[in-house]
Design a protein around this ligand. Structure first.
Ligand code: PGA
Length: 247
């Protein structure tokens, strides 16, 4: 059942634009889903102010693996927590590719997030070449096992796994519902193997990649899926409201 919606604003919106966005969005949001808005860092204080008292969580799009000090340009878990952030995205493919964030770094970021009381949205997914050579499950297993290395089972309660095939992000292409269902099953199998069958049943898994109001219905048919991660289609408040209304 789909009841989690995560909106990834990526590198879009000034604080003023976020303010205008939220004024429109919040006046019509019916709070029927568990919603996290992953705003740019510079819009977090605007988001924190306008979402106060509303059933909307704030998310960040990244977190430093370091705790504090000599890491110019980075933002720590403690800073995020103090800014009203509940969840941080970790391991998004754009960061894995452009900033060379490998599984070891992703693992450190997750540990730092948990240590600072933040939840984590762990993004995993295969490239087109890996998809075409039937390596999807192998890639998912490698990414999840290394990202979650050293975690206690009870810490999984604060982790959401986002299945985001790289070839589906921002392309208009999406896997078939059956393919998503199979990938989510595989993700839960990795959790069952490394933690326990109960942890596999309980972990939240969402899908992300080219979701919009026209295709959203195809994802609601994936029975083992808990939610959606929306990029481009969240940038217009009416489009995000429309998607939520169709769930
Ligand atoms: P998209 O992005 O919805 O624009 O494909 C999803 C994401 O990158 O999280």
């Amino acid at each position: 059942m789909i009841d989690i919606v995560i909106a990834n604003f990526k590198m879009n919106q000034t604080p003023e634009e976020t303010k205008n966005y939220l004024m429109t969005f919040l006046s019509r949001f019916d709070e029927k889903v568990d919603l996290t808005l992953c705003l740019p860092y510079t819009s977090l204080s605007t988001g924190e102010y306008l979402c106060r008292g509303k059933a909307v969580r704030l998310g960040s799009q990244n977190i430093s693996e370091d705790e504090e000090g000599r890491t110019t340009g980075e933002i720590s878990g403690r800073m995020l927590k103090a800014s009203g952030v509940d969840f941080c995205l970790v391991g998004h493919s754009e960061r894995r590719k452009k900033f060379k964030e490998d599984s070891k770094i992703v693992n450190k970021k997750i540990k730092s997030a948990l240590k600072n009381g933040l939840g984590v949205i762990l993004c995993v997914g295969e490239s087109l070449a890996e998809h075409n050579t039937l390596k999807t499950y192998e890639v998912l297993r490698e990414q999840i096992e290394n990202a979650l290395k050293g975690l206690y089972e009870n810490e999984l309660e604060r982790i959401i796994i986002a299945y985001e095939p790289i070839w589906a992000i921002g392309t208009g292409e999406t896997p078939m519902a059956k393919e998503i269902t199979m990938a989510v099953k595989e993700i839960r199998k990795v959790i069952a193997d490394d933690f326990s069958p109960a942890a596999a049943d309980n972990i939240k898994v969402v899908y992300g990649g080219s979701i919009d109001s026209k295709n959203v219905k195809q994802f609601t048919s994936c029975k083992n899926l808990n939610g959606l991660l929306i990029g481009g289609a969240c940038l217009d408040p009416n489009s995000l409201l429309k998607i939520i209304s169709l769930l």
